[in-house]
Design a binder for this molecule. Structure first.
Ligand code: MN
Ligand code: MN
Length: 491
């Protein structure tokens, strides 16, 4: 798909499908829109009247025009004062899907400029179109190829913003990588293949990669991580990818992703309806977001040093599996009584956090499909944000808002750590059911000493069965856009 930031307007562009974004204030038609209506012999007004179009968010209508524009479509943007970047991203997805449905190869998008920022408007529209058109047919033996493919997209009245189109393209590369990693099954995406993906990013974009093998992790005393890895036939891979900018970095950051390529639950096996064992390929959604962010950041090249880390493994059962009741010692010396082998993500993250904490960072963020409790608390659309640091939490919330990824700050209620107290070890790995996402975050906090840190529990939004604007059913690539936005704002 080719994007152009065009100096043409909705009056001068010609092609298959012209999509005009209308806010409630655009009705009745005046100015440019009234001119457009005249140019198409009143068909725009006719379309509005016939469909009783009120410019509601998500609404759309299309009519055949003929001439220099084959189809004319309108997309509702709601009230102008409520329009946010995410509204434009979703409207752009509606426009692209309309064009696809109408078998159009070229699309002209005429949307208002958000907040006097043509750059952000351009980037956001391009993201909405690209992500809406992404389809993953890698595992279909005979994917049908459509006769007409959307190939040319013009963003009208937004000349000269090629940089914003470039940024959008890099961000979408990252989101699509994350989606494809999450969507691929656990017999394809393994700890070794995640390390290979990291190697490909390093090779393609000049990053440095260190993969710690099992023996090196043993030397570093990563007993919590290796306890989880014990049962798998596949060796664990501790992935550490680094982006170093050309000049002096303004900040040093790390992104850490939970990388369980499959989570059976271990001996506390996931059993029965609702255990979602068949979806546990998505338990590496944190690692996928981190690698997706790496692919985007490596191409955007901000003035920030960024470390991308995942302690990748599987949680399986075998004669070597950790027992419920085992006591593991993490690389900071803390001892953990494993009272539930299905709370394995936090064990792998514990050693990854201790490792990252020693890198001399300004801040670090971990992303993890960590708890069902977070889904119970916030539903499937929102991730939970946990941080003892208000400034970092605020920066991430702002980045998520711009990125259109929903995030809600959760409390780190220290008293709840009582639920993790162990008679025999420093702590247990799970507490009581109430507040389960909070005790998980408090557990992780035990492995952070030096660095400003935030934790995102992305168990809900990493996967969606719904068709949701630019997210087609399946893996969403959640987290990549927020992370990239946060890093760019740090530069
Ligand atoms: Mn688990
Ligand atoms: Mn898990």
């Amino acid at each position: 798909m080719k994007f152009v930031a065009s100096d043409k307007s909705c009056l001068t562009w010609s092609g298959d499908c012209l999509v005009v974004g209308l806010s409630e204030e655009s009705l009745p038609l005046t100015g440019l829109l009234s001119d457009l209506n005249e140019q198409v012999s009143g068909l725009l007004q006719e379309l509005i009247d016939e469909t009783d179009f009120k410019a509601k968010v998500g609404s759309s209508a299309v009519i055949r025009v003929g001439g220099s524009v084959r189809k004319l479509a309108i997309v509702g943007l709601g009230a102008a004062e409520d329009l946010k970047l995410e509204g434009l991203r979703r409207a752009a997805a509606v426009a692209a899907k309309l064009a696809k449905c109408e078998k159009c190869a070229s699309l002209g998008i005429s949307f208002p400029i958000w907040n006097n920022s043509p750059e952000r408007t351009t980037q956001t529209i391009a993201e909405g179109v690209t992500l809406a058109m992404h389809e993953d047919k890698r595992f279909k033996s005979d994917p049908e190829t459509p006769k007409v493919v959307l190939s040319d997209v013009a963003l009208l009245d937004l000349p000269g913003h090629e940089d914003a189109l470039e940024t959008a393209s890099h961000v979408c590369d990252g989101v699509i990588l994350a989606r494809e990693l999450v969507a691929a099954p656990p017999n394809i995406v393994t700890p070794a293949s995640l390390a290979e993906t990291a190697a490909a990013i390093a090779n393609d974009h000049g990053l440095t990669l260190k993969v710690l093998e099992q023996a090196e992790c043993e030397e570093l005393g990563m007993g919590a991580y290796l306890g989880v890895a014990m049962a798998s036939e596949m060796p664990p891979k501790f992935i550490h990818l680094t982006y170093t900018p050309a000049g002096t970095p303004k900040r040093k950051l790390a992104l850490i992703g939970k990388g369980l390529t499959f989570d059976s639950g271990g001996l506390n096996i996931k059993a029965g309806a609702g255990s979602m064992i068949e979806l546990m390929k998505m338990d590496m959604g944190g690692a996928a977001a981190v690698l997706g962010a790496a692919k985007a950041i490596a191409q955007i090249k901000p003035d920030v040093e960024v470390h991308f880390i995942s302690a990748a493994t599987e949680n399986m059962i075998s004669g070597h599996a950790m027992h419920p009741g085992d006591i593991l010692t993490a690389s900071n010396g803390k001892t953990i009584e494993v009272n539930n082998t299905d709370a394995e993500g936090r064990l792998t993250l514990a050693d990854a956090l201790v490792y990252a904490d020693k890198l001399g960072l300004d801040a670090m963020v971990d992303l993890a499909t960590l708890t069902g409790a977070c889904i119970v608390a916030l539903g499937n659309d929102l991730a939970g944000l946990f941080s003892p640091n208000d400034e970092l939490a605020g920066a991430l919330a702002n980045a998520a808002e711009a990125a259109g990824e929903k995030l809600w700050r959760m409390p780190m209620e220290e008293k709840y750590f009582d639920g993790l107290k162990s008679i025999v070890a420093d702590m247990k790995n799970t507490g009581p059911r109430p507040g389960g996402s909070i005790t998980a975050a408090l557990f992780l906090k035990q492995f952070v000493k030096e660095t400003d840190w935030a934790h995102m529990d992305i168990a809900g939004p990493v996967w969606s069965e719904k068709d949701n604007a630019y997210n087609n059913p399946g893996a969403t690539g959640y987290g990549v856009r927020t992370l990239v936005q946060w890093i760019l704002e740090s530069a």
